[in-house]
Ligand binder design. Sequence first.
Ligand code: TA6
Length: 300
Amino acid sequence: MKPVSAALRRLEIPGVTVFENGSGDLLRLAIHSPLAEAHIYLHGAHVSHFQPRDAAPVLFMSRQSAFAPDKPIRGGVPVIFPWFGARAGHPESPAHGFARLSEWQVESLTIDGDEIVTAVFQLKSNTRTRELWPHDFTLRYRVAVGRTLRMTLEVENTGTEPFSFENALHTYFTVGDVRETATTGLEGAEYLDKTDGMQRKKQGPEPIRITSETDRVFEGTRKTCVLDDPKQKRRVTVEKSGSQTTVVWNPWVAKSAAMTDFGHDEWPGMLCIETANAGANAITLAPGKSHAMRTVISVG
Ligand code: TA6
């Protein structure tokens, strides 16, 4: 059991939030407010669970996910920074960057007049991050839990040189049956097909339906997406700002079988719709400047 520090205890809001040992004895923040429930691990500032009152859980979590200091968590909302996917020219670098593998600090914890609980996490550049990526930065991640889940990732360049980065909120949604879902908001948008050698293609006028392994990187889109999930009789809306890339992913059969931290039969129950800036949409920040990317998830 990992002890909870006095500093964290002082941040707790009695009756609403508590720091506790979660899976793998990793520390997590548990939120039980009148509006919703949520769990956020300090490891990766990883939202692993979100459930509005009177609704079913919104996020998928693999039953085979690792919960360990040096491993990514498979499900929920991984925070991706400073590169998306494999790092070009650096096969030794961890996929999807180091933010999801890092221990974040808790900066503040508040509840407002509308009973929305906001947790702010921080990750600053350090010796380890500089070994992987030679830049100075501060990441600030605001997670506001209410009827909606609102996540804002702010990147500040605290160094003396400009730097370019990619980022993503790599959200895993739980769905009744992915083969019955329809995702709208990307009609006519161009994408890179990661299942087909990154070929550039164009989404047709119809909603996205999942009929095989799907891994599409839509560049140059600021659109809101709506995930229609007939089996769970609900729609999930993914609004965003400060993001020009949306990624849609389902591993289907073969890729699922190849992933050790994912159940071979779990693919029908999840779909990733990710708010990102990747590839041609990578962000360049001058010293002293900041960039914020936000996503708001609501269930109807
Ligand atoms: O966002 C989709 C993707 O880039 C896929 O290519 C797939 O690899 C997925 O992320 C999961 O990546 P991970 O490194 O978490 O196994």
